[in-house]
Design a protein around this ligand. Structure first.
Ligand SMILES: Cc1cc2nc3c(=O)[nH]c(=O)nc-3n(C[C@H](O)[C@H](O)[C@H](O)COP(=O)(O)OP(=O)(O)OC[C@H]3O[C@@H](n4cnc5c(N)ncnc54)[C@H](O)[C@@H]3O)c2cc1C
Length: 386
Protein backbone atom coordinates (compact mmCIF):
# COMPACT_ATOMS: atom_id res chain seq x y z
CA UNK A 1 0.00 0.00 0.00
CA UNK A 2 1.38 3.43 -0.90
CA UNK A 3 1.64 5.85 1.93
CA UNK A 4 -1.21 8.30 1.40
CA UNK A 5 -0.43 10.56 4.33
CA UNK A 6 -0.56 14.09 2.97
CA UNK A 7 -1.00 17.63 4.12
CA UNK A 8 -2.77 18.64 0.91
CA UNK A 9 -6.43 19.57 1.39
CA UNK A 10 -9.52 17.77 0.15
CA UNK A 11 -10.87 19.92 -2.70
CA UNK A 12 -14.66 20.26 -2.69
CA UNK A 13 -16.49 21.82 -5.65
CA UNK A 14 -19.93 23.27 -4.81
CA UNK A 15 -21.07 24.86 -1.54
CA UNK A 16 -24.62 23.64 -1.14
CA UNK A 17 -26.07 20.79 0.95
CA UNK A 18 -23.72 17.95 -0.10
CA UNK A 19 -20.50 19.96 -0.36
CA UNK A 20 -21.07 21.90 2.85
CA UNK A 21 -22.02 18.75 4.76
CA UNK A 22 -18.72 17.15 3.65
CA UNK A 23 -16.87 20.30 4.73
CA UNK A 24 -18.51 20.07 8.17
CA UNK A 25 -17.52 16.39 8.50
CA UNK A 26 -13.90 17.12 7.55
CA UNK A 27 -13.75 20.14 9.85
CA UNK A 28 -14.92 17.99 12.75
CA UNK A 29 -12.22 15.41 11.97
CA UNK A 30 -9.47 18.04 11.62
CA UNK A 31 -8.79 17.13 7.97
CA UNK A 32 -7.67 20.04 5.75
CA UNK A 33 -10.15 21.00 3.05
CA UNK A 34 -10.88 23.83 0.64
CA UNK A 35 -14.36 24.40 -0.76
CA UNK A 36 -15.02 26.34 -3.96
CA UNK A 37 -18.32 27.77 -5.17
CA UNK A 38 -19.02 29.43 -8.51
CA UNK A 39 -21.54 31.92 -7.08
CA UNK A 40 -19.98 35.15 -5.77
CA UNK A 41 -21.61 34.94 -2.33
CA UNK A 42 -24.49 33.44 -0.39
CA UNK A 43 -27.46 35.25 -1.88
CA UNK A 44 -31.06 35.15 -0.72
CA UNK A 45 -32.96 33.11 -3.29
CA UNK A 46 -35.70 34.78 -5.32
CA UNK A 47 -38.10 32.22 -3.89
CA UNK A 48 -38.44 30.78 -0.42
CA UNK A 49 -38.39 27.02 -0.78
CA UNK A 50 -37.94 24.13 1.58
CA UNK A 51 -36.53 20.62 1.77
CA UNK A 52 -37.46 17.71 4.01
CA UNK A 53 -34.66 15.78 5.65
CA UNK A 54 -35.76 12.38 6.95
CA UNK A 55 -33.64 9.34 6.04
CA UNK A 56 -30.31 11.07 6.65
CA UNK A 57 -30.54 11.90 10.38
CA UNK A 58 -28.39 8.95 11.44
CA UNK A 59 -25.66 10.42 9.22
CA UNK A 60 -26.27 14.00 10.38
CA UNK A 61 -25.96 12.89 14.04
CA UNK A 62 -22.30 12.09 13.38
CA UNK A 63 -21.57 15.69 12.41
CA UNK A 64 -22.70 17.23 15.71
CA UNK A 65 -20.91 16.85 19.02
CA UNK A 66 -24.10 16.65 21.06
CA UNK A 67 -27.86 16.99 20.96
CA UNK A 68 -27.72 20.72 21.85
CA UNK A 69 -25.63 21.41 18.75
CA UNK A 70 -28.00 19.30 16.65
CA UNK A 71 -31.04 21.07 18.08
CA UNK A 72 -29.55 24.53 17.39
CA UNK A 73 -28.79 23.45 13.81
CA UNK A 74 -32.35 22.23 13.18
CA UNK A 75 -33.98 25.24 14.85
CA UNK A 76 -31.92 27.63 12.72
CA UNK A 77 -32.94 25.87 9.52
CA UNK A 78 -36.62 25.07 10.20
CA UNK A 79 -39.11 26.16 7.54
CA UNK A 80 -41.93 26.69 10.03
CA UNK A 81 -40.01 28.11 12.96
CA UNK A 82 -42.92 28.44 15.34
CA UNK A 83 -43.69 24.70 15.13
CA UNK A 84 -40.76 22.29 14.60
CA UNK A 85 -43.15 19.32 14.40
CA UNK A 86 -45.17 20.73 11.51
CA UNK A 87 -44.06 18.87 8.39
CA UNK A 88 -46.29 21.03 6.18
CA UNK A 89 -46.90 18.20 3.70
CA UNK A 90 -50.33 17.31 2.41
CA UNK A 91 -52.08 16.01 -0.67
CA UNK A 92 -55.06 18.19 -1.48
CA UNK A 93 -57.90 17.71 -3.92
CA UNK A 94 -57.63 21.15 -5.50
CA UNK A 95 -61.16 21.09 -6.91
CA UNK A 96 -62.91 20.15 -3.72
CA UNK A 97 -60.35 21.87 -1.46
CA UNK A 98 -60.19 18.84 0.81
CA UNK A 99 -57.10 17.29 2.30
CA UNK A 100 -56.71 13.67 1.16
CA UNK A 101 -53.69 12.80 3.26
CA UNK A 102 -51.08 14.62 5.29
CA UNK A 103 -47.93 13.92 7.21
CA UNK A 104 -47.44 15.26 10.67
CA UNK A 105 -45.04 14.18 13.35
CA UNK A 106 -46.57 12.24 16.25
CA UNK A 107 -48.20 14.60 18.67
CA UNK A 108 -45.64 15.18 21.36
CA UNK A 109 -46.13 16.42 24.85
CA UNK A 110 -45.92 20.20 24.44
CA UNK A 111 -43.70 20.35 27.50
CA UNK A 112 -41.21 17.86 26.09
CA UNK A 113 -38.06 19.79 25.29
CA UNK A 114 -37.03 19.68 21.64
CA UNK A 115 -33.70 18.08 22.67
CA UNK A 116 -35.61 15.29 24.44
CA UNK A 117 -37.74 14.70 21.34
CA UNK A 118 -34.59 14.32 19.26
CA UNK A 119 -33.18 11.79 21.72
CA UNK A 120 -36.36 9.86 22.48
CA UNK A 121 -37.79 9.65 18.95
CA UNK A 122 -34.74 9.17 16.70
CA UNK A 123 -36.71 7.23 14.07
CA UNK A 124 -39.50 9.80 13.84
CA UNK A 125 -37.25 12.70 12.97
CA UNK A 126 -38.37 14.39 9.76
CA UNK A 127 -38.06 18.14 9.48
CA UNK A 128 -39.03 20.56 6.80
CA UNK A 129 -36.17 23.03 6.48
CA UNK A 130 -35.85 26.34 4.71
CA UNK A 131 -33.15 25.93 2.06
CA UNK A 132 -31.55 29.31 2.62
CA UNK A 133 -31.37 28.93 6.39
CA UNK A 134 -30.13 25.32 6.03
CA UNK A 135 -27.27 26.59 3.88
CA UNK A 136 -26.56 29.34 6.42
CA UNK A 137 -26.44 26.74 9.21
CA UNK A 138 -24.10 24.50 7.19
CA UNK A 139 -21.82 27.47 6.40
CA UNK A 140 -21.04 27.94 10.09
CA UNK A 141 -17.23 28.11 10.49
CA UNK A 142 -16.71 27.00 6.88
CA UNK A 143 -14.62 29.45 4.80
CA UNK A 144 -15.82 29.19 1.21
CA UNK A 145 -13.84 30.37 -1.81
CA UNK A 146 -16.72 32.15 -3.52
CA UNK A 147 -16.65 33.07 -7.21
CA UNK A 148 -14.55 30.05 -8.25
CA UNK A 149 -16.09 28.12 -11.11
CA UNK A 150 -14.50 24.71 -11.72
CA UNK A 151 -13.38 24.11 -15.30
CA UNK A 152 -10.93 21.17 -15.31
CA UNK A 153 -8.90 18.74 -13.21
CA UNK A 154 -6.12 16.21 -13.61
CA UNK A 155 -5.23 13.20 -11.49
CA UNK A 156 -1.44 13.38 -11.28
CA UNK A 157 -0.90 10.18 -9.21
CA UNK A 158 0.10 11.81 -5.92
CA UNK A 159 -2.29 14.73 -6.05
CA UNK A 160 -5.08 16.28 -8.07
CA UNK A 161 -4.74 19.60 -9.81
CA UNK A 162 -7.83 21.73 -10.31
CA UNK A 163 -8.30 24.78 -12.54
CA UNK A 164 -10.99 27.43 -12.18
CA UNK A 165 -12.46 29.85 -14.70
CA UNK A 166 -10.58 32.75 -13.06
CA UNK A 167 -7.27 30.92 -13.84
CA UNK A 168 -6.65 29.97 -10.22
CA UNK A 169 -4.99 26.53 -9.94
CA UNK A 170 -4.94 24.47 -6.76
CA UNK A 171 -3.67 21.08 -5.64
CA UNK A 172 -5.42 18.63 -3.37
CA UNK A 173 -5.30 15.07 -2.04
CA UNK A 174 -8.67 14.21 -3.63
CA UNK A 175 -11.30 16.08 -5.66
CA UNK A 176 -14.95 15.80 -4.66
CA UNK A 177 -17.52 17.17 -7.09
CA UNK A 178 -20.60 18.36 -5.19
CA UNK A 179 -21.59 20.65 -8.03
CA UNK A 180 -25.14 19.49 -8.65
CA UNK A 181 -27.12 17.69 -11.34
CA UNK A 182 -25.28 19.25 -14.29
CA UNK A 183 -21.91 18.61 -12.63
CA UNK A 184 -18.86 19.78 -14.58
CA UNK A 185 -16.72 17.44 -12.44
CA UNK A 186 -18.86 14.42 -13.35
CA UNK A 187 -18.84 15.53 -16.98
CA UNK A 188 -15.01 15.49 -16.91
CA UNK A 189 -14.94 12.01 -15.38
CA UNK A 190 -17.30 10.92 -18.17
CA UNK A 191 -15.08 12.59 -20.78
CA UNK A 192 -17.80 15.03 -21.79
CA UNK A 193 -20.64 12.50 -22.01
CA UNK A 194 -22.76 13.72 -19.08
CA UNK A 195 -25.66 14.87 -21.24
CA UNK A 196 -25.77 11.52 -23.07
CA UNK A 197 -26.58 9.64 -19.87
CA UNK A 198 -28.79 12.28 -18.22
CA UNK A 199 -32.49 11.89 -18.69
CA UNK A 200 -35.02 14.70 -18.13
CA UNK A 201 -38.28 14.30 -16.29
CA UNK A 202 -41.18 14.47 -18.76
CA UNK A 203 -43.15 17.04 -16.86
CA UNK A 204 -43.44 20.78 -16.80
CA UNK A 205 -43.08 22.20 -13.29
CA UNK A 206 -43.86 25.88 -12.84
CA UNK A 207 -43.17 27.61 -9.58
CA UNK A 208 -43.53 31.14 -8.27
CA UNK A 209 -43.85 32.88 -4.94
CA UNK A 210 -46.51 35.08 -3.50
CA UNK A 211 -45.45 36.64 -0.19
CA UNK A 212 -48.40 36.46 2.17
CA UNK A 213 -49.28 38.44 5.26
CA UNK A 214 -49.35 36.30 8.44
CA UNK A 215 -53.18 36.47 8.34
CA UNK A 216 -53.42 35.27 4.75
CA UNK A 217 -50.75 32.63 5.37
CA UNK A 218 -52.85 30.90 8.04
CA UNK A 219 -54.95 29.19 5.38
CA UNK A 220 -51.85 27.59 3.84
CA UNK A 221 -50.35 25.12 6.20
CA UNK A 222 -49.84 22.90 3.15
CA UNK A 223 -47.25 23.04 0.42
CA UNK A 224 -48.28 22.53 -3.20
CA UNK A 225 -46.51 22.00 -6.51
CA UNK A 226 -48.23 22.64 -9.83
CA UNK A 227 -47.13 20.48 -12.75
CA UNK A 228 -48.30 18.66 -15.85
CA UNK A 229 -47.09 15.44 -17.42
CA UNK A 230 -46.14 16.12 -21.04
CA UNK A 231 -44.04 13.20 -22.17
CA UNK A 232 -43.66 13.98 -25.84
CA UNK A 233 -43.06 17.67 -25.98
CA UNK A 234 -41.66 18.88 -22.67
CA UNK A 235 -39.22 21.32 -24.19
CA UNK A 236 -41.40 22.57 -27.02
CA UNK A 237 -44.21 23.22 -24.57
CA UNK A 238 -41.93 25.04 -22.20
CA UNK A 239 -42.95 28.71 -22.37
CA UNK A 240 -39.96 30.98 -22.87
CA UNK A 241 -41.22 34.26 -21.44
CA UNK A 242 -42.24 35.00 -17.89
CA UNK A 243 -45.62 36.23 -19.12
CA UNK A 244 -46.27 32.96 -20.96
CA UNK A 245 -45.24 30.86 -17.95
CA UNK A 246 -47.53 32.96 -15.80
CA UNK A 247 -50.42 32.51 -18.24
CA UNK A 248 -49.88 28.76 -18.32
CA UNK A 249 -49.73 28.45 -14.51
CA UNK A 250 -52.97 30.44 -14.25
CA UNK A 251 -54.69 28.23 -16.82
CA UNK A 252 -53.69 25.10 -14.88
CA UNK A 253 -54.97 26.70 -11.68
CA UNK A 254 -58.27 27.61 -13.40
CA UNK A 255 -58.63 24.01 -14.57
CA UNK A 256 -57.79 22.23 -11.34
CA UNK A 257 -58.03 24.46 -8.28
CA UNK A 258 -60.74 26.36 -6.48
CA UNK A 259 -60.95 28.61 -3.42
CA UNK A 260 -57.83 29.78 -1.58
CA UNK A 261 -55.50 27.44 -3.50
CA UNK A 262 -56.71 28.90 -6.78
CA UNK A 263 -56.20 32.44 -5.40
CA UNK A 264 -52.72 31.56 -4.26
CA UNK A 265 -51.66 30.97 -7.86
CA UNK A 266 -53.71 33.52 -9.78
CA UNK A 267 -53.28 36.36 -7.28
CA UNK A 268 -49.50 36.12 -7.39
CA UNK A 269 -48.34 39.64 -8.35
CA UNK A 270 -47.76 39.92 -12.08
CA UNK A 271 -44.16 41.09 -11.64
CA UNK A 272 -43.22 37.93 -9.65
CA UNK A 273 -40.96 35.66 -11.67
CA UNK A 274 -42.37 32.25 -12.59
CA UNK A 275 -39.66 29.62 -12.92
CA UNK A 276 -39.60 26.36 -14.77
CA UNK A 277 -37.83 23.67 -12.73
CA UNK A 278 -35.71 21.20 -14.68
CA UNK A 279 -35.59 17.74 -13.20
CA UNK A 280 -32.65 15.72 -14.53
CA UNK A 281 -32.21 12.12 -13.43
CA UNK A 282 -29.09 9.98 -13.81
CA UNK A 283 -27.99 6.60 -12.50
CA UNK A 284 -24.46 6.87 -11.05
CA UNK A 285 -22.05 6.11 -13.94
CA UNK A 286 -20.28 3.24 -12.18
CA UNK A 287 -17.75 2.38 -14.89
CA UNK A 288 -16.36 5.90 -15.20
CA UNK A 289 -16.36 6.45 -11.43
CA UNK A 290 -14.47 3.22 -10.63
CA UNK A 291 -11.72 4.27 -13.07
CA UNK A 292 -10.90 7.22 -10.79
CA UNK A 293 -8.29 7.20 -8.02
CA UNK A 294 -8.54 10.66 -6.53
CA UNK A 295 -11.67 12.14 -8.05
CA UNK A 296 -15.29 11.41 -7.25
CA UNK A 297 -18.76 12.96 -6.96
CA UNK A 298 -21.44 13.23 -4.26
CA UNK A 299 -25.09 14.32 -4.08
CA UNK A 300 -26.85 15.46 -7.25
CA UNK A 301 -23.52 15.43 -9.10
CA UNK A 302 -23.55 11.64 -8.61
CA UNK A 303 -27.25 10.79 -8.83
CA UNK A 304 -29.80 13.51 -9.64
CA UNK A 305 -33.33 12.18 -9.19
CA UNK A 306 -36.89 13.45 -9.44
CA UNK A 307 -38.18 14.72 -6.10
CA UNK A 308 -41.17 12.39 -5.69
CA UNK A 309 -39.63 10.69 -2.66
CA UNK A 310 -37.91 13.79 -1.32
CA UNK A 311 -34.68 11.80 -1.29
CA UNK A 312 -32.04 13.69 -3.32
CA UNK A 313 -30.79 15.97 -0.55
CA UNK A 314 -30.92 13.14 2.01
CA UNK A 315 -28.81 10.93 -0.25
CA UNK A 316 -26.30 13.76 -0.73
CA UNK A 317 -25.94 14.08 3.04
CA UNK A 318 -25.42 10.32 3.40
CA UNK A 319 -22.76 10.39 0.63
CA UNK A 320 -20.93 13.27 2.32
CA UNK A 321 -20.80 11.68 5.76
CA UNK A 322 -19.71 8.27 4.45
CA UNK A 323 -17.04 9.72 2.15
CA UNK A 324 -15.77 11.94 4.99
CA UNK A 325 -15.30 8.83 7.22
CA UNK A 326 -13.38 7.03 4.48
CA UNK A 327 -11.19 10.03 3.61
CA UNK A 328 -10.26 10.16 7.29
CA UNK A 329 -8.99 6.57 7.02
CA UNK A 330 -6.87 7.56 4.02
CA UNK A 331 -5.42 10.53 5.92
CA UNK A 332 -4.58 8.21 8.83
CA UNK A 333 -2.76 5.91 6.38
CA UNK A 334 -5.16 3.00 7.02
CA UNK A 335 -6.06 2.84 3.32
CA UNK A 336 -5.05 4.56 0.08
CA UNK A 337 -7.15 7.41 -1.26
CA UNK A 338 -8.13 5.15 -4.16
CA UNK A 339 -9.39 2.53 -1.72
CA UNK A 340 -11.34 5.20 0.17
CA UNK A 341 -12.94 6.46 -3.06
CA UNK A 342 -13.80 2.92 -4.19
CA UNK A 343 -15.23 1.89 -0.79
CA UNK A 344 -17.46 4.94 -1.02
CA UNK A 345 -18.60 3.85 -4.51
CA UNK A 346 -19.37 0.32 -3.23
CA UNK A 347 -22.09 1.89 -1.09
CA UNK A 348 -23.13 4.92 -3.14
CA UNK A 349 -23.52 3.32 -6.60
CA UNK A 350 -26.18 0.70 -5.72
CA UNK A 351 -27.89 3.01 -3.22
CA UNK A 352 -27.97 5.91 -5.71
CA UNK A 353 -29.21 3.67 -8.52
CA UNK A 354 -32.05 2.29 -6.38
CA UNK A 355 -33.08 5.82 -5.35
CA UNK A 356 -33.03 7.24 -8.90
CA UNK A 357 -35.10 4.31 -10.20
CA UNK A 358 -37.44 4.26 -7.18
CA UNK A 359 -38.10 8.01 -7.39
CA UNK A 360 -38.80 7.73 -11.11
CA UNK A 361 -41.26 4.88 -10.50
CA UNK A 362 -43.04 6.75 -7.70
CA UNK A 363 -43.32 9.75 -9.96
CA UNK A 364 -44.97 7.76 -12.76
CA UNK A 365 -47.41 6.21 -10.29
CA UNK A 366 -48.31 9.65 -8.92
CA UNK A 367 -49.19 10.89 -12.40
CA UNK A 368 -51.16 7.73 -13.12
CA UNK A 369 -53.42 8.13 -10.10
CA UNK A 370 -53.53 10.35 -7.05
CA UNK A 371 -54.38 7.18 -5.05
CA UNK A 372 -50.75 6.04 -5.18
CA UNK A 373 -49.57 9.25 -3.56
CA UNK A 374 -52.37 9.20 -1.00
CA UNK A 375 -51.56 5.59 -0.03
CA UNK A 376 -47.85 6.39 0.17
CA UNK A 377 -48.43 9.38 2.44
CA UNK A 378 -50.72 7.26 4.65
CA UNK A 379 -48.06 4.54 4.92
CA UNK A 380 -45.47 7.13 5.95
CA UNK A 381 -47.87 8.49 8.58
CA UNK A 382 -48.40 4.96 9.96
CA UNK A 383 -44.63 4.52 10.24
CA UNK A 384 -44.43 7.86 12.03
CA UNK A 385 -47.03 6.75 14.52
CA UNK A 386 -45.57 3.27 15.05
C1 LIG B 1 -38.95 20.67 -6.28
C2 LIG B 1 -37.91 19.90 -5.55
C3 LIG B 1 -38.15 19.43 -4.26
C4 LIG B 1 -37.19 18.69 -3.58
N1 LIG B 1 -37.47 18.26 -2.31
C5 LIG B 1 -36.55 17.52 -1.65
C6 LIG B 1 -36.83 17.05 -0.32
O1 LIG B 1 -37.87 17.35 0.27
N2 LIG B 1 -35.88 16.28 0.30
C7 LIG B 1 -34.68 15.95 -0.32
O2 LIG B 1 -33.87 15.24 0.28
N3 LIG B 1 -34.40 16.40 -1.57
C8 LIG B 1 -35.30 17.17 -2.24
N4 LIG B 1 -35.00 17.63 -3.49
C9 LIG B 1 -33.67 17.34 -4.07
C10 LIG B 1 -32.61 18.27 -3.48
O3 LIG B 1 -33.00 19.62 -3.67
C11 LIG B 1 -31.26 18.03 -4.15
O4 LIG B 1 -30.97 16.66 -4.16
C12 LIG B 1 -30.14 18.76 -3.39
O5 LIG B 1 -30.38 20.15 -3.38
C13 LIG B 1 -28.79 18.49 -4.05
O6 LIG B 1 -27.79 19.15 -3.31
P1 LIG B 1 -26.31 19.21 -3.85
O7 LIG B 1 -25.55 20.00 -2.84
O8 LIG B 1 -25.84 17.83 -4.18
O9 LIG B 1 -26.39 19.97 -5.24
P2 LIG B 1 -26.88 21.48 -5.55
O10 LIG B 1 -27.91 21.89 -4.57
O11 LIG B 1 -27.24 21.54 -6.97
O12 LIG B 1 -25.58 22.37 -5.28
C14 LIG B 1 -24.51 22.40 -6.19
C15 LIG B 1 -23.63 23.60 -5.86
O13 LIG B 1 -22.51 23.59 -6.74
C16 LIG B 1 -22.33 24.86 -7.30
N5 LIG B 1 -21.67 24.69 -8.61
C17 LIG B 1 -22.23 24.21 -9.75
N6 LIG B 1 -21.31 24.18 -10.72
C18 LIG B 1 -20.15 24.64 -10.20
C19 LIG B 1 -18.85 24.85 -10.72
N7 LIG B 1 -18.54 24.60 -12.01
N8 LIG B 1 -17.88 25.31 -9.88
C20 LIG B 1 -18.17 25.59 -8.56
N9 LIG B 1 -19.40 25.44 -8.03
C21 LIG B 1 -20.37 24.96 -8.83
C22 LIG B 1 -23.75 25.43 -7.40
O14 LIG B 1 -23.77 26.84 -7.53
C23 LIG B 1 -24.35 24.94 -6.09
O15 LIG B 1 -24.09 25.81 -5.02
C24 LIG B 1 -35.94 18.40 -4.20
C25 LIG B 1 -35.68 18.87 -5.49
C26 LIG B 1 -36.63 19.63 -6.16
C27 LIG B 1 -36.32 20.12 -7.53
Amino acid sequence: MTNTKTSLPVIIIGANISGLMLAQVLKKKGIPFAIYEKEPCLAKPAMGSSITLHQSWASIDKVFSDVHDLSAFIKHALAIQEDPYDMGMSIIDGNANTTLAEICLPKVDQDLAFESFLTEFPLQRAFRLNRYRLREALLRDIPVHWGHSYVASQDLEDFVQVTFANDVEVRGSVLVGADGALSSVCNDLLQGKLQDITDHHPGLFLVSTQWLSPEAYKAFRQVWIISRYCADATHQLSPSSNQDRRRLANSWADASLTGPLHSLVVDTPTDSPVFKINLPQRIPPAEALYQQKRRTVIGDAAHPMVPSRGAGGNQGVMDAVLLGDLIEKAYEGAMTMEQAVHSYLDDMVPRGKAMVQGSHQTNLENYESIDYAVQAIRRIQQLMNA
